[in-house]
Structure formats: structure tokens, C-alpha cells
Design a protein around this ligand. Structure first.
Ligand code: GLY
Length: 324
């Protein structure tokens, strides 16, 4: 098992690395390396039927690069966006596996952001009571957070993540090169999740993000820093009985803002705004300054921009509607 602190990694420079998430029989490796997309066949067991799930917002060549390393690949491309994380897409993935006679020895690979990862992981958890699942996250948000830790889910009847399972992947491959195709708004929204983790757990990483003068150049170290925090939390509390709730910092009010925002704000932007009311004045000041640096919201969006008013948002947050 590799034991590497973020400081060691940062000191060693932006070389590729492997992180091991130790969950006994559910343990797995996370590879972070530029260009690693072409190494999926060496890292994962793809010598079988493989359902490669992606969406139409992800460059086609990413799923094709993975598929070209599989013995028998079937690519499914779904529409991009949160609306895809629904029961119909879930049914479609199961039905696709069934129609190609997938057995319990076959597997699913997600190539995309959090929506594709959560949905594909849940389909993998349910098909024949569980087939192997691999995750290749291609957005910063999924690379620093949702691709590891085993939370899989779909939304139902307007409620986010209400049907799902804790189902750990067998491996995760992160290729920071995939972030080059992301616009800066998406990138900054993903960064909000790394800021969230650094704010609660790693002063060194927080400072790195605060002081970065070239985000693109620092992305790999930021991804690894966030993953090491999440790895340590998940190893101690895989099913969120206590400590793992720390990863929900900013999400209670953030999810409320998201639901009132009707899709106008990205998840990470809502989390950014959702962290501020939870902080002391001193912490809020430092947090606001780093969020502002990356054009992230630092206060509850005004009532005019959203369907609900700030009072409703706070009420919904205080009710802990969606602390996932
Ligand atoms: N994204 C929060 C968690 O995985 O627990």
C-alpha cells in the first residue's frame, strides 16, 4: 500500500501517482496521471464484456479510448445533465447489459462526470446483484470527490440521490488531461469541492489553492490533495455514520440553493455559497476571498435570480432536506 501525504506528493512535483483506498475486501487503487486514459486496459480487467457509459457532453474520444482497450465493449451515450440521473436511464443500462447477455463476470466503466458515475455505479450494483464497476471521471468535481467513496444513486420524483447504494468501484483512473476541454466556470465549480475539503481538513492544501497563480499547472496536486483527504475520511467511515458528514460541508444550504436555482447554478457554485453561512466570521472572510478568486459565489444568490427567496433557501437548508 502506498502511504503518501499531500506534502510528499507536492514536494515530488506533478508526477503521476497511485492512491490506495483501504476498505478490506472493497479496497481499490486510484491512479492520477496525465495521459492515463490510454492505460485503462493495464489498470482494469477489461478482458470481458464491458458497458462503457458516457454522455454527449464528454468528448467521444474518451469513451472510445477506453472501449478500444476492452475485449467486448458496448458504449452507451446518454444526454448530459442531472436529468439523466433518473430511473429511465438506470433501466436502460440494465436492459443494455441484459440484451448483450452480460453475466456477473462482466463489468461497467463510467467515463464522465458525477451524473454518469453515480448512475453507472448504481446500475453496476444492481445488475445480477452486482458486477464490477470502474470509474474514469472526466470533470474536476468528479475527480476530486464523487468518483471515490462508493456513493451511487439516481434521483426520483424530484428528490436528489434518493435511490442508491454504497458500492465501491474496483478501480478509478483520473487523467487530468481531460480537464483541458472544460470551461473555466465548470472547472471552478469543481474546485469548490476541493476548497470544501481543504477548508475542513488540510491547511496546506487550502493555502496552495489560495496562493495558486496557475490553476491548470496546479490541478494535479490539488486533485491528489483532495483525494487524500477523502480517502482518509472514507476509510474511517465508509457509510457515513459520523466523520464522513464532514464531506457534506456546504451541502445542506448548497442543495437547497440548487433546488431553488432550477439548474442555473452549478452544483459546486451552490456548495460554495452554502459554506459561508456555516462559518465563523474569521473563517468566512478567508473562505470568501479564495472563492472570489475563482469567481465562485460568496453569498446566497439574491432572490431575484432564483425562484425562491433567501428565507426559503435557508429554511430548506435548515430542514436538512438533502444532506447527501
Ligand atoms: N460527496 C460526499 C461524499 O462522498 O461523502
Amino acid at each position: 500500500m502506498e502511504v503518501m501525504s499531500y506534502k510528499d506528493f507536492a514536494a515530488a512535483g506533478n508526477r503521476g501517482t497511485n492512491i490506495y483506498l483501504d476498505l478490506e475486501e472493497n479496497s481499490y487503487g486510484i491512479t492520477v496521471e496525465s495521459g492515463a486514459l490510454t492505460k485503462a486496459g493495464g489498470l482494469f480487467d477489461l478482458d470481458r464484456r464491458v458497458l462503457v457509459v458516457t454522455d454527449d457532453g464528454v468528448p467521444e474520444e474518451y469513451a472510445e479510448a477506453v472501449a478500444s482497450q476492452c475485449r467486448e465493449p458496448y458504449i452507451v451515450t446518454l444526454p448530459h445533465g442531472e436529468a439523466t440521473k433518473n430511473f429511465e436511464s438506470f433501466r436502460q443500462l440494465l436492459s443494455e447489459m441484459l440484451s448483450h447477455s452480460f453475466t456477473r463476470k462482466d463489468c461497467v466503466v463510467a467515463v464522465g462526470g458525477g451524473v454518469i458515475g453515480d448512475l453507472s455505479g448504481f446500475a453496476a450494483a444492481c445488475y445480477m446483484r452486482g458486477v464490477d464497476f470502474y470509474n474514469v471521471p472526466t470533470t474536476l468535481l468528479s475527480q476530486v470527490d464523487s468518483s471515490i467513496g462508493g456513493k451511487t444513486a439516481i434521483d426520483l420524483d424530484g428528490v436528489k440521490n434518493i435511490a442508491g447504494a454504497f458500492y465501491q468501484p474496483k478501480g478509478v483512473l483520473i487523467d487530468p488531461e481531460t480537464l483541458k476541454t472544460r470551461d473555466s466556470r465548470q472547472l471552478h465549480a469543481g474546485l469548490a469541492e476541493a476548497i470544501k475539503m481543504a477548508a475542513t481538513s488540510d491547511a496546506f492544501l487550502f493555502k496552495k489553492i489560495e496562493e495558486s497563480s496557475d490553476l491548470q499547472a496546479d490541478l494535479q496536486t490539488i486533485i491528489v490533495g483532495a483525494l487524500l483527504i477523502k480517502r482518509d475520511v472514507v476509510q474511517q467511515d465508509p457509510k457515513e455514520n459520523g466523520l464522513r458528514k464532514i464531506l457534506n460541508f456546504g451541502h445542506t444550504i448548497g442543495h437547497a440553493i440548487e433546488s431553488f436555482g432550477e439548474g442555473r447554478l452549478l452544483h459546486g457554485e451552490c456548495v460554495a455559497a452554502g459554506m459561508i453561512p456555516m462559518c465563523s466570521d474569521r473563517a468566512a472572510e478567508r473562505l470568501k476571498s479564495v472563492l472570489a478568486k475563482y469567481d465562485l459565489p460568496v453569498s446566497l444568490p439574491d432572490a431575484g435570480r432564483l425562484a425562491g427567496g433567501a428565507d426559503d433557501i435557508i429554511k430548506a437548508g435548515a430542514d436538512e432536506l438533502m444532506p447527501f
